[in-house]
Design a protein around this ligand. Structure first.
Ligand SMILES: O=C(O)CCC(=O)C(=O)O
Length: 263
């Protein structure tokens, strides 16, 4: 990983904004390897209660892979990159203690793929009150392909939520939204109360992003409990991508590989 990934972290900025962007954190070789690993994971078949694959039906009626959950046990390279070394080290600096992985997902967002309604992560993550997310940009993330948008300095507490667990639409409308386009290989860390959302992918190429969630070691190793609860709670809502209903599209679990997914 490039040196700027370990340059001094400004905790005052982090505490003020709930946000840390590390541009171009991965070297060209690391990025190429990461893109290959993500391609490999995307094209694996889903397995009930293990490698959780989801497909989205997009406007033209086609089906595209939109998300993978729980892949770390099944990929050595990704497990090492995401649980050892600089990414969790930065998360540890921000948490003020050793960061442990709470959950991981890949959002693929194919052309025509849907965005996510304004939400905070905290209500989707049981058993813990303080987590931070790290978005690892696998592809360039742009205004056209539905990059993250955040509301800076709004991470002090939970905002009012609607029935889906998203930020109340009237509250969301009045937040000051800032798009965060970043190049492939960049990292975006944000606190679990940072309101965020994203739009649809209106470009003609897929925008892949890994989202990692870390909690402090003092709160325990919670990853297995999270996935057990997720699998239990979503058993009768298989079309929901998360414990909150923030996805704006139509998704369903996929139990076979997607041949038409990634160009
Ligand atoms: O990937 C995106 O566009 C946003 C994803 C997001 O906010 C989520 O998955 O919770």
């Amino acid at each position: 990983m490039r040196d700027n990934a370990t340059s001094t972290i400004d905790l005052d900025n982090w505490n003020r904004d709930g946000l840390l962007v590390v541009e171009d954190a991965l070297s060209a070789r690391e990025l190429q390897e990461l893109q290959q690993w993500v391609f490999d994971i995307e094209h694996r078949p889903g397995t009930p209660n293990q490698l959780l694959q989801y497909d989205e039906t997009i406007a033209d009626g086609g089906t595209r892979r939109c998300r993978t959950e729980n892949f770390v046990p099944y990929h050595d390279g990704l497990r090492t990159l995401l649980t050892v070394g600089r990414i969790p080290d930065i998360a540890s600096s921000l948490l003020g203690e050793t960061a442990v992985l709470y959950k991981e997902k890949i959002n693929y967002k194919a052309p025509g793929g849907s965005g996510f309604a304004a939400h905070q992560d905290a209500p989707a993550y049981p058993y813990v009150s303080n987590t931070i997310a790290c978005m690892v940009a696998v592809d360039d993330s742009t205004l056209a392909n539905g990059c993250l948008e955040i509301a800076r300095k709004m991470h002090a507490a939970q905002l009012p939520t609607d029935a889906r667990g998203c930020v109340e639409p009237e509250v969301a409308e009045n937040l000051s939204w800032e798009p965060l386009p970043v190049s492939a290989g960049s990292l975006v860390f944000f606190h679990c109360y940072v309101p965020h959302r994203s739009g649809a992918n209106t470009s003609d190429s897929t925008r892949r992003a890994i989202y990692l969630t870390y909690n402090g070691e003092s709160d325990g190793q919670l990853r297995e409990s999270y996935y057990a609860k997720r699998i239990h709670d979503l058993a009768d809502q298989p079309d929901q991508l998360s414990l909150i209903g923030h996805f704006s599209g139509t998704a369903k679990p996929a139990s076979s590989s997607n041949k038409e997914g990634q160009a």
